[in-house]
Ligand binder design. Structure first.
Ligand code: ADP
Ligand code: MG
Length: 302
């Protein structure tokens, strides 16, 4: 299959939200708010997903990780580009990959406005653009005395990856594996945090690593109470309280939001949100139950 046939078969037809979409030398977009939020993430086979991950999970993930970044800004996703490097043209793989990408894009009102297609080791890069507001969320802005919150439950995805690797076929494991393969970024919640959260980040590298980014960027210390961490029933059943807590603190790929707010009762008015700790004046340290922890998260280069 020729490169241009491949593009028109699998990736064309949802670029109508662009002034100029697929087919020219560049896409041209019109931004209503005057602020463009731009995020890009690359998925490398064997690094960001297992070599044997299903094609639809890879297509879903390529956009989901970027949606999660825009969610953490409170931005509204609008347009993406797709740089696709394929070892060969496998039309079955491509149809599953592209269908999952398209489905998630449509769910969030995202148009695919351009890209690039090349041959090489399987690598997928999605760049996502969206409209940012004047009071957009950033990692800086958290204040001493603010409360710390997370959305959803923590650790499920890292637990799911372990279950996947061990080919655990229990029903709890299945739920966790689904959380790992098809993360659901909290885009609507991010937008509802505008004017309510003082800082936000998406949890991609693990809670401790990501909360440390807020603490450093904002110049505060954070204290987490481990008995308040939101843990799902399948995670508790599969790994026990201690194992689940460890996964919740350090496991990656949850794509939930961690944020701070001066409102200590915010969890009462936002569904699926849990208060897990508080901030104090400091210089970027994060402690759990009083113990200082250095947590770096996953790093590609040491
Ligand atoms: P150019 O040579 O100008 O870079 P290409 O031949 O790479 O153009 O791409 C032709 C058109 O198809 C461009 O509009 C480009 O954005 C789009 N495109 C290429 N690959 C993809 C892809 N995987 N998904 C979506 N659009 C793509
Ligand atoms: Mg090109």
């Amino acid at each position: 299959m020729h490169e241009f046939d491949l593009i028109s078969t699998f990736f064309a037809g949802y670029d109508e939200d662009a002034l100029l979409g697929i087919g020219d030398d560049a896409a041209v977009l019109e931004v209503a708010t005057g602020r463009l939020a731009v995020a890009v993430d690359t998925l490398v086979a064997g690094v960001h997903f297992p070599m044997d991950a299903p094609a639809d999970a890879i297509g879903h993930r390529a956009l989901a990780v970027n949606l999660s970044d825009l969610a953490a800004m409170g931005a509204t996703p609008r347009w993406m580009t797709l740089a696709l490097t394929l070892p060969s043209v496998d039309t079955h793989w491509l149809s599953e990959f592209s269908a999952a990408l398209r489905t998630l894009a449509k769910t969030h009102g995202v148009s695919l406005v351009g890209g690039d297609t090349t041959r090489g080791p399987l690598t997928i890069t999605v760049q996502l653009m969206g409209e940012a507001q004047d009071d957009m969320l950033t990692r800086a802005g958290a204040q001493p005395e603010d409360s710390v919150y997370v959305s959803g439950t923590l650790g499920d995805s890292a637990g799911g990856l372990q279950c996947w690797e061990q080919a655990d076929s229990s029903s709890q494991a299945h739920t966790l594996v689904q959380r790992f393969l098809y993360p659901q970024p909290h885009v609507a919640l991010g937008q509802s945090l505008l004017g309510r959260a003082s800082a936000a980040i998406d949890v991609s590298d693990g809670l401790l690593a990501d909360l440390t980014h807020i603490a450093v960027a904002s110049g505060v210390d954070a204290t987490i109470h481990s008995d308040t961490l939101p843990l799902s029933a399948p995670l508790l059943q599969t790994f026990g309280r201690e194992g689940a807590t460890q996964l919740a603190l350090t496991g990656g790929d949850d794509y939930v939001l961690c944020f701070t707010s001066p409102d200590s009762r915010l969890a009462d008015s936002l569904q699926g949100v849990t208060r897990i700790g508080s901030l104090s004046s400091g210089a970027g340290s994060v402690s759990v139950d009083g113990a200082l922890l250095a947590q770096k998260g996953y790093r590609h280069f040491e």
